[in-house]
Ligand binder design. Sequence first.
Ligand code: ADP
Length: 245
Amino acid sequence: MEDILHIQDLTVKFDGFKAVDHVNTAVRQGEIHFFIGPNGAGKTTLLDAICGRVKPAVGHIIFNGSVDLTNYAEDQIVNIGIGRKFQVPSVFAGLTVYDNMELAAVKKRSLTASIFHKATQEQVELIDHILHTIGLDEKRGQLSAALSHGEKQWLEIGMLLAQQPRLMLLDEPVAGMGRRETEKTGELLKNIAVDCTVVVVEHDMQFVRDYATKVTVLHEGAILDEGSVYDVQNNPKVIDVYLGR
Ligand code: ADP
C-alpha cells in the first residue's frame, strides 16, 4: 500500500514555543495509525495542522502524493477529502439520526452551504449504507438527543463518512465509552479503513493494542518512536515517558 500522507519536517509554533518540532512521518493508505504520548506532546496540534486549523511555521504535509495541505484553508481541506472529528460529539440534538446524516451528505462539498437541499437518490443510498455500517439503521428516526454517548460518536463518524473522505482524523474517539462500545468502535474503524485511512489520537492503550496497524509516539513535540504496537510498547524510552506512568 502506498502512503496517503507524508509529513515532512513539520513544526508548529505558538508564540515561539514548538508544540510540534520537526516531525517526519508517513501514514500508509488503509491503515489505522495511532498517535500516542503524554498530555502536551503535540498530538492534537498535529491533527490541527493536517486539517488546516493551524498553519505550520516550517514543513509540508503532502496528501495523496502531490497535494501540499499547508497551502489550503480548513474548508478546502475538507473538500480535498479529509474529515476531522473532535473529542466532544457535535451532532444536532434536535434532529433525528437520519436528518443529521442528510445534512452532512448534502453539505458535502460546501462547509458554508446555507440552503438545505433534500438528498438525491444517490445520497439516500449512501446514507442507508452508512447507517448500516455505524449500526444505527434501526435508530434512524430517533432524535439524536436520545442516543447514548457511544451512539452519538458513531453518528458523528457516520456524518464524516457521508462526506466520502479518503482520510479521517479522530481525536480520542473512545473517551468515555465502556468496553463494549469501545470494541464496537474498533470494529467500525477496521471496516472504515478498507476505503478511508484512519488516523487516531488516543490514550486508551488497550484500544491501541487491539486496533493499531501503526503507532507513532510523540513526546515534547517530537517523535520518540514509531512502528508496530509491539515495538513501541517494549521501547524503554516509551515506557519511561508514557506507558510506565
Ligand atoms: P496533546 O494533544 O498531545 O495533549 P497539544 O497538541 O494539545 O498536546 O498541545 C501541545 C502543546 O502546545 C502544549 O504544551 C499546549 O499547551 C500547547 N498549545 C496547544 N495549543 C495551543 C494554543 N492554541 N496556544 C498556545 N499553546 C498551545
